[in-house]
Write a protein that binds this ligand. Sequence first.
Ligand code: APR
Ligand code: PHB
Length: 389
Amino acid sequence: MRTQVGIIGSGPAGLLLSQLLHLQGIESVVVERQSREYVLGRIRAGVIEQGAVALLREAQVHERMDREGQIHEGIGIAFGGRRHRIDFRALTGSSVMVYGQTEITRDLFKARDAMGGTIIHDAEDVTLHDVATEAPHLTYRKGDDVHRVDCDFIAGCDGFHGVSRRTIPAHVLRTYEKVYPFGWLGVLSRTPPVSPEVTYNHHERGFALCSMRSESLSRYYVQCSLDDDVGQWPDDRFWDELRRRLPEDAARTLVTGPSIEKSIAPLRSFVAEPMRHGRLFLAGDAAHIVPPTGAKGLNLAASDVYYLSHALVAWYGSGDTKLMDAYSDHCLRRVWKAERFSWWMTTLLHRFPENGPFGERIQLAELDYLVNSKAAMTALAENYTGLPY
Ligand code: APR
Ligand code: PHB
């Protein structure tokens, strides 16, 4: 098989790239290790920046998002028993869209299918070849048959555990990593959200997050130990712990119910540089990971895809390599700012036992400063709603 761009991975990064390229007359083949059901079974954050919303519109996958998504003009930050509001609209004139990442992926699959896009699922042993030459190709196995896809370029959109990044020789690749000493235990439940806006809660027992997918679907998280497993957290224990970490009025009005999904995720910051090697371009989680505090994962995947699609369109249009050559630098400038913001929010809001009482006082002083300083709130609002592309 031959195509213009071989895309590895059918997460939001791979599908969005494929869709944007198609609309510009550039053909691609998406090769995915998992089944579609598996890909659509993953639950991830659901806060979309303005820039990513605009890109989804450009990709013509905005119809259901505009209908079912919620526009949020602020978030809550709670500590010391009180909730404070950061007013995005007043501080920056901006807002975010609350719409599940799983739904975005579903909308993208639907659009690719409707436009005749090729997505190969259940592809085993995906391997990249000759990426440093002008004739890269990839191979994959289905049952006993090995297939080959020849292409002009390869986009590695295969997430943190994918093969693409590992194809870049060790002497070229630099990685930066921070692993946090705790995880997030998340629960999805068919209950009305405790607050109409996403609320980040600092508490001496540990961080808690109140989020939502719709008016009747809630998403909650509590900071947990890395040694915990889901079996140790029956629903009752989860709701009790969440309630204890919320301000009193929220704890009183919290509606609980059976969990529909429950999982534990570790928190990690990670960046790989450069994001390009020859004709291989990394995008999304394949190149960088952020802790979920601040919900930047999908938004960074979207900005990478923005830069990559523009670079490919310029190359196919006029042979211009300027944007392609600048791809890694363009992405990384934005990536590192989102890394900083996610690290900062994580550090500000979680319990770090090793920092002791001094560390906790410093956190409380910073929180107090944050919610009383227009400058500090504006900085948060600017980063949360998304820095420019
Ligand atoms: N071969 C083919 N496909 C692979 C391989 C492989 N060896 N390894 C992984 N994949 C697939 C995964 O099954 C997954 O469907 O690549 C896809 C990567 O998708 P995501 O992990 O969703 O990553 P990305 O598209 O970069 O999306 C970034 O989504 O994952 C969240 O938190 C993340 O918010 C971030 C955003
Ligand atoms: C979510 O809704 O799952 C969510 C929201 C905000 C975050 C992280 C996750 O910072």
